[in-house]
Design a protein. Structure first.
Length: 277
């Protein structure tokens, strides 16, 4: 398998981002219609967030993101099964689609993403109100507030949309890969990065190629002496482009190999690793 076969789909991410940016256009129209009245602006964002139209839009957008990821992930598993000595078993399990395990994971990702986007209007409005307060304290005149509301709405909503698109596409891909791995009793994966140098954060460069057990997520930052932001799997934190590559065969990697275990990375021989598989 090519490393990129297991990575998140950039096409899906781009389409999801476009969908979220369409919401930002709607927010900006509401900001313009408020004509500089902060109370009108906040109320209109609140009403939009609680409207049936908004609910329908976000449910549709999230489903159009999650379901293609599940399909893309399935194709990758099928290709992997063809090249594996466990191919017959893997393929049969894929045909059955693991019944509840993967389905629940897909449902959970839809629910989680709807929740993230649901509060986007009021979250944006709160940031805009803070900007207005700060600007007023600095002496900004009322006639300039109207432009500030529009510009601030655009800035905050678009930043959130881009972050959500990148983060949630990766997290969804990881969650589905994890669910399918667990159904197949595949306990280990190889942490893969985007392999584009300094764009990859230091803590994640350190994880490139490391074998990780699904039951023991690492804290990449702690491993390199940075501020701990928690324990998580590849692709499962904000702005992360890393992804898990399931270890289908022990000889899919070269030995000796780096393994994350008990809070640290160590180099193991094939024989040592077989003892803990």
């Amino acid at each position: 398998m090519k490393f990129s076969d297991w990575a998140r789909s950039l096409n899906i991410e781009n389409e999801y981002r476009k969908s979220l940016l369409t919401l930002c256009d709607m927010f900006e129209r509401l900001a313009t219609l408020s004509k500089g009245d902060q109370n009108v602006y906040v109320q209109s964002m609140h009403e939009f967030q609680n409207s049936d139209a908004y609910e329908k839009f976000i449910n549709s957008s999230v489903s159009r993101m999650v379901l293609p990821i599940a399909t893309h992930n399935m194709k990758t598993w099928r290709e992997a099964a063809k090249k594996s000595t466990k191919g017959k078993m893997l393929y049969q399990a894929l045909i059955e689609e693991f019944q509840q395990g993967t389905f629940r994971s897909i449902q959970n990702q839809i629910i989680e993403n709807v929740g993230l986007i649901k509060t986007l209007p009021e979250d944006t409005a709160a940031k805009v109100v803070k900007d207005i307060t700060d600007a007023t304290l600095r002496g900004m005149r009322a006639r300039s507030i109207e432009r500030l509301i529009v510009e601030s709405t655009s800035k905050h909503s678009r930043a959130s949309a881009r972050l959500i698109a990148r983060t949630e596409v990766s997290k969804t891909s990881t969650a589905i890969t994890k669910a399918r791995s667990e159904q197949l009793d595949i306990r280990w994966y190889v942490w893969r990065t985007a392999l584009d140098g300094n764009r990859v954060r230091k803590s994640h460069r350190n994880m490139e190629g490391v074998l990780v057990n699904w039951s023991e997520p690492p804290s990449p930052e702690r491993l390199v002496g940075e501020k701990d932001v928690g324990y998580y799997h590849a692709g499962n934190i904000w702005n992360c482009r890393c992804y898990p590559e399931p270890l289908l065969e022990i000889d899919d990697v070269r030995w000796p190999h780096k393994v994350y275990r008990n809070g640290s990375i160590t180099t193991m021989s094939k024989e040592q690793f077989e003892e803990i598989m």
